[in-house]
Design a protein around this ligand. Structure first.
Ligand code: PGA
Length: 249
């Protein structure tokens, strides 16, 4: 299974979300078997997006609470995301880990909340520039993945390798970096979940654009991509999906 997922981050009004969704639906190519496409609007635009979204486009969220309900001001729970029409949810994005103090323990609990309610988690992991320069990339990726999955049983999951230094910088990793990082993550998945780990799609994310995406599907060994900036432009998003659709895995 392959996925192209757009994370709109903290951008746009409800009207813009409707407009972008309609434009994306018009621009998307027919999807080959096994290729999925989803958008993750901000919470405030989930409803507006759901109003106009039709198959094959799927709806996701950018974050979730690890609790199901209660006195957690500002949080949104997995049952609420289900109710809003979401089928998937990003977890552990580096912007949340770095700017909002999200720890490995919180990420692990959020994964479990999503699984409890039948949502597909998109688990993000990635090293910072400093960690990369210290030669710690493999260790960081392995640690983040193992911490998130410790004690879990195999379940539906997507993993996104997102080098922090490549996010929002316009400087994506090389396809070889993607292949290396995804190789480490696939090995770690095998170590925790055995044969079931092999079925987990592993995506690349970080400054993916219509112009640079193609090598990620081949040399980069990515089962798709998590898009930030490019997903705000429906034509660029659709061009990336078209590129993935042309590759036979
Ligand atoms: P970017 O964001 O494509 O804008 O680099 C990627 C991400 O944060 O997932």
């Amino acid at each position: 299974m392959r996925w192209i997922i757009g994370n709109w981050k903290m951008n746009g009004t409800r009207a813009e979300a409707r407009q972008r969704t309609r434009e994306l639906l018009r621009a998307l190519p027919p999807l080959p078997e096994g290729l999925h496409v989803a958008v993750c609007p901000p919470y405030t635009s989930l409803g507006a997006t759901a109003e106009v979204l039709t198959p094959p486009l799927e709806l996701g969220a950018q974050d979730v609470s690890w609790q199901d309900s209660g006195a957690f001001t500002g949080e949104v729970s997995a049952p609420m995301l289900r109710d809003a029409g979401c089928g998937l949810c990003v977890v552990g994005h580096s912007e949340r880990r770095q700017l909002l103090g999200e720890s490995d323990g919180m990420v692990a609990q959020k994964l479990r909340a999503l699984w409890r309610h039948g949502l597909l988690p998109v688990l993000c992991v990635g090293e910072t520039l400093a960690e990369r320069e210290q030669g710690r990339t493999e260790e960081v990726l392995r640690m983040q993945l193992l911490a998130a999955l410790e004690g879990s049983s195999p379940a539906d999951l997507l993993v996104a390798y997102e080098p922090v230094w490549a996010i929002g910088t316009g400087r994506p990793a090389h396809a070889a970096d993607s292949a290396r990082g995804l190789g480490v993550l696939r090995q770690a998945l095998d170590a925790v979940w055995g044969a079931d780990g092999a079925g987990v799609p592993c995506l690349y994310g970080g400054s993916v654009s219509a112009a640079n995406c193609a090598p990620f599907w081949t040399e980069g060994r990515a089962d798709g991509a998590l898009l930030g900036g490019a997903s705000l432009d429906a034509q660029a998003f659709a061009a990336i999906v078209r590129s993935a659709a042309e590759v036979r895995p």
